[in-house]
Design a protein around this ligand. Structure first.
Ligand SMILES: N[C@@H](CCC(=O)N[C@@H](CS)C(=O)NCC(=O)O)C(=O)O
Length: 233
């Protein structure tokens, strides 16, 4: 059994989608990041960066394996099962590049788009538009990079892989932030075809009961999420 520490956000969906694709048994343990549950000492032992997702895999020889960082979790699960990443070096490197591209670029940049779109009331209009433009523009650039990549192939890196599963939960909901996706035809085709996979639908629905219809946070949650500093006092 795998314990999955989770909250329904793109970084969480990456893992539920992969677990659903693999058909591995898992127990979802909600970590309400708006309530500060990511700072619980027991959770910090698993995820020292106080971020979800994280997993503990009990289905191993010896001590359970505990992992934080979504990219590391995906790679671990793909290697454990021998699925969704090729075993030959060239194919593997292809997948790794797009996986790292997501965790190092696409995710952090679209995370900022989401932040400045939704939660930046303290900024003046001109500061806000500078921040929003910067990240929105970078988001458009990244969508264009994906669109170009997908012009002559169905998936980002060879067959359907953890690279597609990592990127999809970030890109599919992007229209919410006012992106005009119509000029990215290859990307739209990929969003649709990946989104039609039953495992993707199931993974995307995990923890639906915790999702806000609108991403509204209380003042207390904002302090918890956006007032963080070094844990060294
Ligand atoms: N690089 C991390 C990012 C994870 C991350 O940012 N998780 C967010 C939710 S999407 C979180 O746990 N936030 C809690 C907080 O900000 O304290 C990964 O890929 O796993």
């Amino acid at each position: 059994m795998i314990d999955l520490y989770y909250w329904p956000t793109p970084n969480g969906w990456k893992i539920t989608i992969l677990l659903e694709e693999l058909g591995l048994p898992y127990k979802m343990i909600p970590v309400d990041i708006g309530k500060g549950e990511q700072f619980e000492p027991d959770f910090l032992k698993i995820s020292p960066n106080n971020r979800m997702p994280a997993i503990v895999d009990h289905d191993v020889d010896g001590d359970p394996v505990s992992i934080f960082e979504s990219g590391a979790i995906m790679l671990y699960l793909a290697e454990k099962t021998g699925k969704f990443i090729p075993s030959d070096t060239a194919g593997r490197v292809e997948v790794l590049q797009w996986l790292f591209w997501q965790v190092g670029g696409l995710g952090p940049m679209l995370g900022q788009v989401s932040h400045f779109n939704t939660y930046a009331p303290q900024l003046t209009d001109s500061d806000l538009s500078y921040s929003l433009d910067r990240y929105t523009q970078e988001g458009v650039r990244l969508f264009g990079v994906m669109d170009r990549r997908l012009a002559d192939r169905d998936y980002l890196a060879g067959d359907y892989s953890i690279a597609d599963m990592a990127c999809w939960p970030w890109v599919a909901p992007a229209a919410r932030f006012g992106y005009d996706m119509s000029k990215h035809e290859n990307l739209m085709r990929w969003i649709e075809s990946v989104g039609m996979r039953p495992a993707v639908e199931r993974g995307f629905a995990v923890g639906e009961e915790y999702r806000n219809p609108q991403p509204v946070l209380t003042e207390e949650s904002k302090k918890i999420l956006f007032g963080q500093s070094s844990p060294i006092k």
